[in-house]
Write a new protein. Structure first.
Length: 851
């Protein structure tokens, strides 16, 4: 739920002021991911950055760390205030520099500077880490580090990571070079059962492996390359020793296969320096230490990763490794952006280990970010970092190592690393998509963008050849799996929040056209219950970001149970997109506002098209299918567009060819900016602005209310839930979406002349039932607001006894796409009038990447 960002300029002269601005702007682009605190880390001197020997000789020049509670602008003010106090030269030039930044959404510890990132290894800032995710075993790691003399200043789970890195670094370098001499080695091992302690002194003559073999007689056995010594009779205890020559021996079943929880200590050869090998075995760096080499940055991070459990994306910085950054991830999003400041040789550059962008001395700028929003203004050449990968940025190059896919019971990586070769990809987004333009807020912009987002969602997927010819749907990502879906025992929609509501809106039409039972699951509830998922099921995972933590865990659960897994996301290359068998991208464009608007309507449209693709090709469904396809074509015009633009919308999808997007309107002259903006909206968005003003007037009436009930039924039960959710999350007003059929089972007791109640009663199969609900609420003097189809005001609200919102009538399965827009506008205006932050609601973040 946090945002992490890094900027590394290689052989590109940049002032400290410029570096700060790049970091601040990166955080601004990520602020929707979390905004209760923020921080950055930069180097204190250009000399310590450019000269590695200088850095080693001057340990009192740690990186500068700035952390502040509040939003990004609070951090900016704090940094410049602190810079003034310490007389830091903002004009100082850095030919090479690595800076990191973080914006936080609190999970462990309250919003406060001490809990903000970067988290540090200690006062000297030897290791710095920014982190997005949750470390689930941080308490165990913290206890171990406390035993080794470390102190903790924060309540975060992240702080164990830089301290663990320092522990690994110190112990590894302490051992460097000592294996070359004759040493005295003592192996001490304690058993859980019996309380006995045994040990044996062994003289080591250049080969520790012989010493281990001499000691390990009787029931003890050797395990793999880190010499786990276990006792088959006395339980799960072991000692581990770093060795010169890796061996492969038979495993011991009762020895912890993760090399942890062994309650054993190992005394390193010479000087009796101790390591707790049950907790930290230094498995990956042992060979390099044995050769007398100083441990590398990547070796330290690989060892740290081996002990972390949970989901994370991390960026490491250390003065021990000037001008270097390391990024790694497991379960949380992270990407690398590459900007070469020389002649462009193409976007398809591939790289393998240190062969990518290395040793050529060409100036470059490298960026690491939680998502593409913070990178696209600098470069479109990116690499999406995958789970288990470690990306080492050094000397202008990028080295990538990846753990093998074997994972232990607690999520720990077991196997060695290997180098990776993959190609850069090109972002298909523009900076304009992530700017507010002439709108005051992102949420307002994204509500008004829905005609364009719906058109893009349907482009190339709807085929309508003519009035008397066939109409069909083409979903390329599903075409090879449609037969399997049709044969499914059932379809299971799985999602959270708005994505769940979108799936709920699409459930009736999927059941109607496919004849397959459809069930709904909130991802967290499915996991809590361990609900049954079968091999014959099709599980459809709906997530705007494609990174929602609970949905990802539910996906893992469904894959383990053998179900066909389908993804519906808005993010190409996301975890759900990569790990499902097939899927559909909704192509709604970047959505920055925390409250989802255009993604919701695009999700509904995609799932309606999915229903058409699965069950719309039968003779019995032909008329219904064609009516829905016609309705899909008309949706953008009914939301915002004028009838004249409808013809162009049809042409976009006739033959499946994707034309270039229409050019944006020319910018108005600066002198009359406000007037031109107002005229542009009135001319091209005439219908929605009329509705917009109605919703603003309604919001003025509701501004002081403490609660709002929204009743819906059938397709519009989802509309009630989603509308109430929007009011709840941005306007901070209690609101509840209620199934109208349940009104008499409790909610009716709340009705009086003061409580505002909104009833969605557009024409569909449930219209007469909703009329009855309105009559019963009116009989109890309910304060009613009714949403109805155009022309139905008199039938739903006789004698003008309630306030009416009239909306266009469309096919019933598409009505939720129309009906939600007034409620989105109502939530927006309520929030503005109540003085709250529209785009960054209290305590919420856009991508829920933690449980």
């Amino acid at each position: 739920m946090c945002g992490i960002f890094a900027y590394l300029n290689f052989k590109v002269n940049r002032e400290r002021r410029y570096i700060l601005q790049v970091l601040f702007n990166g955080l601004r682009r990520l602020e929707y991911r979390g905004y209760d605190s923020a921080g950055i880390a930069i180097d204190s001197s250009s000399q310590c950055c450019s000269d590695g020997e200088f850095a080693l000789a001057h340990p009192l020049l740690p990186p500068l760390v700035f952390r502040q509670e509040g939003n990004i602008e609070s951090l900016v003010k704090s940094v410049y205030k602190e810079v003034g106090k310490i007389n830091l030269n903002l004009e100082e030039l850095f030919s090479t520099h690595a800076g990191i930044a973080h914006t936080r959404w609190a999970t462990h510890g309250e919003p406060a500077p001490r809990n903000s990132h970067p988290q540090t290894s200690g006062p000297e800032n030897e290791f710095l880490v920014v982190h997005n995710g949750v470390i689930t075993n941080y308490e165990v790691l913290k206890e171990t580090l406390l035993r080794h003399g470390f102190t903790f200043e924060s309540e975060t789970d992240t702080e164990v990571i830089p301290k663990l890195a320092k522990f690994v670094y110190d112990k590894a370098n302490e051992a460097a070079g000592r294996f070359s001499d004759d040493v005295h080695c003592e192996i001490w091992c304690g058993w859980k059962e019996g309380g006995g302690v045994g040990g044996k002194d062994v003289e080591v003559d250049k080969n520790v492996t012989d010493a281990v073999r001499m000691w390990s007689e009787g029931p003890q056995k050797l395990l793999c390359d880190n010499f786990v010594i276990g006792d088959s009779k006395n339980g799960d205890v072991a000692a581990e020793i770093a060795t010169l020559n890796p061996l492969c021996c038979s495993s011991v079943p009762n020895v912890d296969k993760h090399g942890r929880n062994c309650n054993s200590e190992f005394i390193m050869p010479s000087l009796g320096s101790k390591l707790v090998l049950g907790d930290f075995s230094l498995k990956y760096i042992s060979n390099h230490v044995a050769d007398g080499q100083v441990v590398t940055f990547s070796q330290v991070v690989l060892e740290v990763m081996r002990h972390l459990e949970g989901a994370y994306a991390l960026i490491f910085k250390s003065p021990h490794y000037p001008n270097e950054l390391i990024a790694c991830k497991r379960g949380s999003p992270l990407l690398l952006g590459v900007k070469e400041l020389t002649e462009n040789k193409g976007n398809g550059s591939a790289f393998e280990d240190e062969k990518f962008l290395s040793k050529d001395d060409k100036p470059k700028e490298l960026f690491l970010s939680s998502d593409a929003n913070a990178v696209v203004e600098h470069t479109k050449k990116v690499l999406v970092i995958e789970d288990g990968e470690v990306v080492h940025l050094k000397d202008g190059g990028a080295s990538i190592l990846k753990f093998d896919s074997n994972v232990g019971e607690n999520g720990a990586f077991l196997s060695r690393t290997c180098s990776v070769r993959r190609a850069l990809s090109v972002l298909e987004m523009e900076v304009e998509q992530i700017n507010k333009g002439h709108y005051e807020h992102y949420m307002q912009k994204e509500i008004h963008e829905q005609p364009e987002s719906l058109t893009t969602t349907m482009r190339g997927r709807l085929i309508r050849l003519g009035a008397n010819k066939s109409k069909s749907v083409l979903l390329g990502g599903l075409k090879d799996h449609l037969k399997t879906i049709r044969r499914s025992r059932r379809v299971v929609f799985i999602g959270c929040g708005t994505s769940y509501n979108a799936a709920l809106a699409a459930r009736p039409i999927l059941e109607e056209l496919s004849g397959v039972p459809v069930t709904m699951e909130i991802a967290s509830d499915l996991l809590d219950r361990e609900g049954p998922i079968y091999r014959e099921d099709t599980a459809i995972f709906v997530s705007q970001s494609g990174e929602t933590a609970d949905t990802l865990l539910a996906l893992e659960y469904a894959l383990e149970n053998g179900a066909l897994c389908v993804g519906i996301t808005n993010t190409v290359g996301s975890a759900i997109a990569r790990n499902t068998h097939c899927g559909v991208h909704i192509n709604a464009g970047a959505e920055i506002g925390v409250a989802s608007t255009k993604a919701y309507t695009s999700q509904i449209v995609v799932m309606v098209m999915l229903a058409l693709a699965i069950g719309g090709d039968t003779i019995s469904n032909q008329a219904r299918t064609e009516a829905i396809i016609d309705g899909l074509f008309d949706l953008p015009s009914l939301q915002l567009r004028s009838p004249r633009e409808l013809v162009d919308c049809h042409k976009l999808s006739w033959n499946g060819v994707t034309p270039p997007p229409p050019p944006p309107p020319p910018p108005p002259p600066q002198a009359s900016m406000a007037k031109k903006k107002r005229n542009y909206n009135l001319q091209d968005s005439r219908d929605v602005l009329k509705l917009d003003q109605e919703m603003k007037d309604l919001a003025k009436l509701l501004i002081a209310e403490q609660s709002l009930l929204v009743f819906g039924r059938g397709y519009n039960y989802a509309t009630a839930l989603e509308g109430a959710l929007k009011v709840k999350e941005v306007a901070l007003m209690h609101s509840e979406g209620i199934l109208a059929g349940e009104m008499k089972h409790g909610p009716l007791a709340l009705v009086d002349e003061n409580l505002p109640i909104l009833v969605v009663a557009t024409r569909d199969a449930c219209f007469s039932k909703q009329q009855s609900v309105i009559q019963q609420l009116h009989a109890r003097r309910g304060r009613l607001i009714v949403m109805c189809s155009k022309g139905d005001a008199s039938s739903v609200c006789p004698n003008e006894s309630c306030r009416v919102i009239e909306v266009p009538q469309v096919e019933d399965c598409l009505q939720p796409v129309i009906n939600i827009v007034p409620l989105q506008l109502l939530a927006y205006h309520l929030t503005v009038l109540r003085g709250f932050n529209v785009d960054q609601p209290r305590n919420l973040a856009k991508s829920v990447t933690t449980q």
